[in-house]
Design a protein around this ligand. Structure first.
Ligand code: ATP
Ligand code: MG
Length: 280
């Protein structure tokens, strides 16, 4: 089949997407109830575009990102009748149960909680794991080239400011270091799309600055979710604000971050750099 490359300008398209979690009632586990978390979400992210998803706790940010990354296949099975409706397209392909694993190959995902991502006995193994899997899946002979693997892992760890941490046990890293190691696991295989869920939480000022410079320099389609309004302002021209499962704003970050009233209404506050202080 001939591929139409002109068509693929959209990296991600979320179309009329709704999502409900299924929950068993505590009093009677035979009875399932549904918790509506995302309501009729529509947006597209173009190839190479960077956007921030902002919203208060419980707004549905993680749920949305997990769905886009193809990490909710249990729910995809039930999608039409139970967990909601709508579709997600990655590079023009509608996500379904057959292509979900291939789609995942294109997307590096960093979980909000790094303990969901790090499971090996050394930082090196965690970062190498995704890389080797990716190369194997693509029949790339470098999968068995130990020198290449080693160099790539070390180079990736240096990028996230975790130099010389390759032999550490991930479990015993500090929370901020775990976040950086989790980022390295996603960066190591150079996925086309990078999705980072609350990436800057617990980073100290130096690591935060290094991290922001790093993600800004990556020439990729990227979505980050955050309540760090300063990060959103620095990171992306465009932001989507999510509140109570609905998109309440999709536009220029700089413009909406000036609107204190709107932000407060939606459980957010002005970025620090926009607040004025009285000098005493
Ligand atoms: N596995 C689950 N089962 C049932 N409900 C869930 C589950 N995961 C999340 N929820 C609910 O879905 C809603 C949205 O959660 P989500 O984690 O997507 O929000 P969030 O915007 O990422 O919040 P935060 O800023 O705290 O990370 C919350 O009310 C949460 O309790
Ligand atoms: Mg979240």
């Amino acid at each position: 089949m001939e591929e139409n490359f002109n068509f693929i300008t959209e990296a991600i398209k979320v179309e009329n997407f709704s999502f409900r979690y299924m929950q068993a009632k505590r009093q009677n586990y035979h009875i399932l109830s549904y918790k509506e978390v995302l309501k009729n979400i529509n947006f597209t992210v173009n190839v190479g575009e960077k956007i921030s998803i902002i919203g208060p706790n419980g707004a549905g940010k993680s749920t949305l990102l997990l769905n886009i990354a193809g990490l909710m296949e249990e729910y995809l099975k039930e999608n039409k009748n139970n967990s909601g409706g709508g579709n997600i397209y990655i590079f023009g392909k509608q996500m379904n149960l057959k292509n979900i694993y291939d789609i995942r190959e294109n997307i590096g995902f960093v979980f909000q909680n790094p303990d969901d991502q790090l499971f090996s006995t050394s930082v090196f193994e965690d970062v190498a794991f995704g890389l080797v899997n990716f190369l194997k899946k693509n029949n790339d002979l470098r999968a068995s080239n130990m020198q290449y693997i080693k160099d790539t892992v070390i180079e990736t760890l240096n990028k996230v400011n975790l130099k010389n941490k390759e032999d550490e046990i991930p479990h015993f890293l500090s929370f901020g270091e775990k976040k950086l190691a989790a980022l390295a696991t996603a960066l190591s295989y150079n996925p086309k799309i990078l999705i980072l869920d609350e990436p800057s939480s617990n980073l100290d000022p130096k690591n935060r600055e290094n991290f922001i410079n790093l993600i800004k320099s990556l020439n990729k389609t990227m979505i980050i979710s955050t309540h760090d309004m300063d990060l959103a302002y620095e990171f992306s021209e465009r932001c989507i604000i999510l509140n109570n499962g609905e998109i309440v704003y999709d536009g220029i970050t700089k413009e909406i971050l000036k609107n204190k009233e709107f932000l407060l209404e939606n459980g957010l506050d002005l970025p620090l750099s926009f607040r004025s202080y009285v000098n005493v």
